[in-house]
Design a binder for this molecule. Structure first.
Ligand code: LIP
Length: 266
């Protein structure tokens, strides 16, 4: 299939990085610094894992660009950029909650989620060993098994995951929206790792996911995996997913959920 070489590299590096992250978790984790707010933290494992990923990708494909959560962006000359969250679900990782992921995607075009085209993606949860992958046009997989989005359900039957910002003011606003949504759906899940939230839509463990204020590296890989599994993955209206908004669900449910979220003031 096309892009299999890129997928093989993403898979290999994600698994190697995931093994390092798990070792560091087992050894004990401490906060190294805070970023956008006192609860937006980074650990030394985040930084070490991103260094491993960045060095491995540069060794294999030196002409590609890099765009990572901890070490920033570096343009390449190949037209491809690797978009990396070395440890997505950092707070879960800090607290020892076994639900965090190494998220690696490679995109063509400018490294802008509004315009890029994702070609290959790998998301691994080192705690569970689950590895989700996809290539553009090649389908989505959990391990070696293909995955598909759950069939459409009524909004009232939908299990919907979401997440909240590190900014307390934005969280308060998001809490107001989700509290109004809760009685309209089956239930809500807040699991703390956007890349896995998107993979869970891809494999039918939830019916839908939405969030605002995500960074590009949070959703670059999971969005391709969910889309290749048959989900609609979108921003508001005709926009592509971005910091402004992302929603993933079966196409029929996506339209209904977006209308409701807009009515609730998302
Ligand atoms: C996290 C996302 C999660 C969101 C958190 C945080 P991080 O990314 O995966 O969906 O709700 O606020 O942004 O910071 O752990 O890489």
């Amino acid at each position: 299939m096309p892009h299999d070489d890129l997928l093989d590299l993403a898979r290999r590096v994600a698994l190697e990085a995931g093994a390092l992250a798990k070792r560091r978790r087992d050894e004990g984790v401490e906060v190294a610094a805070s970023k956008s707010s006192p609860v937006d933290i980074v650990t030394e494992a985040d930084r070490e894992t991103e260094r491993l990923i960045r060095d491995a990708l540069a060794a294999a494909r030196p002409a590609d660009g890099f765009f990572g959560e901890e070490s920033g962006a570096e343009a390449g000359t190949s037209g491809l950029t690797w978009v990396v969250d070395p440890i997505d679900g950092t707070v879960n990782f800090l607290y020892g909650i076994p639900h965090y992921a190494v998220s690696i995607a490679v995109v063509e075009g400018e490294p802008d989620p509004l315009t890029w085209r994702a070609l290959a993606a790998a998301v691994v949860n080192p705690a569970s060993g689950e590895l989700f992958t996809a290539t553009a046009g090649g389908g989505a997989f959990l391990g070696s098994e293909p995955v598909r989005v759950a069939p459409a359900v009524d909004l009232s039957q939908a299990l919907v995951s979401t997440g909240f910002a590190y900014d307390s003011g934005e969280r308060g606003r998001q809490g107001s929206v989700v509290s109004q949504l809760l009685p309209l759906v089956r239930d809500i899940r807040r699991m703390g790792t956007a890349s896995l939230d998107l993979c869970f839509v891809a494999c039918g463990r939830t019916n839908a996911y939405y969030e605002r204020t995500l960074s590009p590296w949070d959703h670059a890989a999971g969005a391709l995996i969910a889309r290749e599994a048959g989900a609609t993955v979108k921003g508001l209206g005709d926009a592509a997913p971005s910091r402004d908004f992302i929603l993933a669900a079966h196409p029929e449910l996506a339209a209904r959920l977006e209308r409701e979220l807009v009515r609730l003031g998302v």
